[in-house]
Write a protein of this length. Structure first.
Length: 249
């Protein structure tokens, strides 16, 4: 998160510098185009540093969830939580049923991610008919655990060496792979909070199994992280609306 913020700070500074190149502003101590170029250069350098800094590795001390089982080690990570005024069974059903069109900004952010190109039937262009979990597991993700009403875990290969072929199964996430892979695992964990409420957590972990894969994925992760975080939060709110609506709809 901090390195992603550094990248965007650098990009914003670089853009501001380019504006100053077009129109210097003396009262902001940028009196000439050359000063604007300096500001732009500093911003670009900050963004490059944010993209290039190494990612630290984390691991669980003891497996407590199915997510821990399938992703005990990771370098890239995000976690979001919400309290929902509904029992776990109803919340879990909502997790399985929420569609992309119920998630605020999902279509906009995924449209940006795919560069405006259509990608029907994938999680980046999910449509409004099927649940987002169903779309994901038909288009590159595999269901790793489905333990109602506690935890749902899905996973995908997000980076692989050129020419890699094979069927994605849960065993892929338990087996050492050749260098060059990055595996992403995401869960929804539901815990009771009193008699009629739940705490819902969604966590994403990505493990890159070689230095080159880690560097490549770091660039991607730090660029997309803000949009990814927004989607995860809006996804939780969509789950809340569905779980607390009439008959969970």
């Amino acid at each position: 998160m901090l390195l992603s913020a550094l990248v965007y700070l650098g990009l914003a500074t670089a853009l501001t510098g380019l504006i100053f190149v077009v129109r210097p502003v003396r009262r902001l101590r940028v009196p000439t185009r050359r000063h604007g170029l300096v500001v732009a250069g500093v911003g670009a350098a900050v963004a490059v540093i944010g993209l290039a800094l190494p990612a630290s590795e984390s691991r669980v001390a003891r497996a407590e969830t199915r997510l821990d089982e399938f992703a005990p080690v990771w370098q890239f990570h995000e976690r979001h939580t919400i309290r929902v005024a509904a029992p776990p069974s109803r919340v879990y059903d909502a997790i399985l049923r929420v569609r992309a069109d119920e998630i605020a900004l999902f279509d906009t952010l995924t449209w940006i991610r795919r560069g405006g190109r259509p990608a029907p039937g994938t999680i980046l262009d999910a449509g409004a008919r099927a649940s987002l979990i169903d779309v994901a597991t038909r288009s590159g993700f595999v269901r790793l655990a489905d333990e109602a009403p506690r935890e749902l875990v899905i996973g995908a290969v997000v980076l692989a060496p050129s020419g890699t072929r094979g069927t994605l199964t849960p065993e892929v996430f338990r087996t050492p792979l050749p260098p060059g892979f990055a595996l992403a695992v995401m869960n929804f964990l539901v815990a009771p909070d009193g008699d009629a409420a739940s705490i819902v957590t969604t966590e994403t972990r990505v493990f890159a199994n070689s230095p080159s894969a880690r560097r490549r994925f770091a660039v991607y992760w730090r660029v997309i992280y803000p949009g990814s975080a927004i989607i995860r939060r809006m996804w939780l709110r969509a789950i809340e609306r569905r779980a607390t609506g009439p008959e969970g709809t």
